[in-house]
Design a protein around this ligand. Sequence first.
Ligand SMILES: [Zn+2]
Length: 464
Amino acid sequence: MKLNLYNSLKRNKQEFKPIKTGAVGLYTCGPTVYNFAHIGNLRTYIFEDILKRVLIYNDYTVRHVMNITDVGHLTGDRDMGEDKMEKGAAREGKSAWDIADFYARAFKKDIADLNILEPDIWVKATDTIPEQIDLVKALEKKGFTYRTADGIYFDTSKFKAYTKLSHQNLEALQEGARVERNPEKRNPTDFALWKLSPPSSSRQMEWDSPWGVGFPGWHLECSAMSMKFLGDQQDIHCGGTDHIDVHHTNEIAQSEAATGKPFFNFWMHGAFLIIQGGKKMAKSEGNFLTLENAFLNNSINPLVFRFASFLTHYRKPMEYGDEGVEAARNGLRHLQNQVRQLSAADAEVSDFIHIDFKNKFLETINDDLNMPRAMAVIQEMLKSDIRDTEKRATILDFDRVLGLKLDQLDKERALPDAVQKLVDARIKAREAKDFAASDELRAEIEMLGYQVQDAKDGMKVVKK
Ligand SMILES: [Zn+2]
């Protein structure tokens, strides 16, 4: 079935086709580890997790890279302001390295609590300094850079397609009002590739380079890492909508200027989370909600937040408040109870996935990850008059995308993984009318101590 995704580059939904048949390179911008992630950030990571799970559900192999920004991100996205890591270090009286380590761990815990699949490759900015320096050298050689008193900058006027993602009107664009303008920059949109350490003081994180001691600009790491682990041309790059105008625009400019090739074919962005009353959540607001203070400390399962995020399409702002959390809590509990009842009805049974409902579900998630509609399909399936065993097999199959751990509600009743794998393979073989393979798989299942009973419309597997 076709998978259509909204591509920010083209500003419409397009059929997704990877560069290499069957395999997808996915890059998602990771956290700046100077503080906890707030739930607005985490909403974006849940959206990216759904995307990844949908790709896997569509039988793609996914190679997923996520960076950890542990250097170079300043409080102003346009290279002005304080260094976030050093600011965090000063706030807590620790070294920038300790701060990075602590908050990277906290982030990984959040990811695990939300049942977000881990990337195949985690990579820290500080672990790819040589690659980042090489990228600046390549840009320098091609004439895209210039030097100022505080660093090496990318001249955006030399990259003609600079606004291809943001569609900004450059003439109307003013440098951010919160930070002072850098008079040495040739164009307001020019950005730092390498920042020099101040001559009078040294920084906690700094490296030698052909241009002097300093540190990489924030945007550089994502280009250097994605090219290192995924190649010059790749499939999907994601982040929050706030990355479009500066961060992702600059990533594209420096990568395509260096390689002369299109960087990523698809750019996808998750919308903000808005606190009831209309305020956008941001770390700079000082008080922000984390998974710990909003969920764990109130004895609310973090999966409630995951469930809540399914109820708003990822490209729409999500309203967040106590009522919404309560509704999601009830919604998740209700779904868990529905699944528990199915399990109790017929223990140790595996069955066909209901193909009509599976197609309906696939149609909704393949329509730009339409989770609100997918949730409606799930209820329609659970309330339909198909057999309980079929409902169970079908909802557990859907849970490969939902990630709500519905298979763990009754672990003791579930089939062992090895048996389940054979059963799944046999279901596929039967769907393909490959009866030889189906008979072989039956024999393998029986060797593990389970009996297979075929019926006209399904298959039961029970312990011998
Ligand atoms: Zn990034």
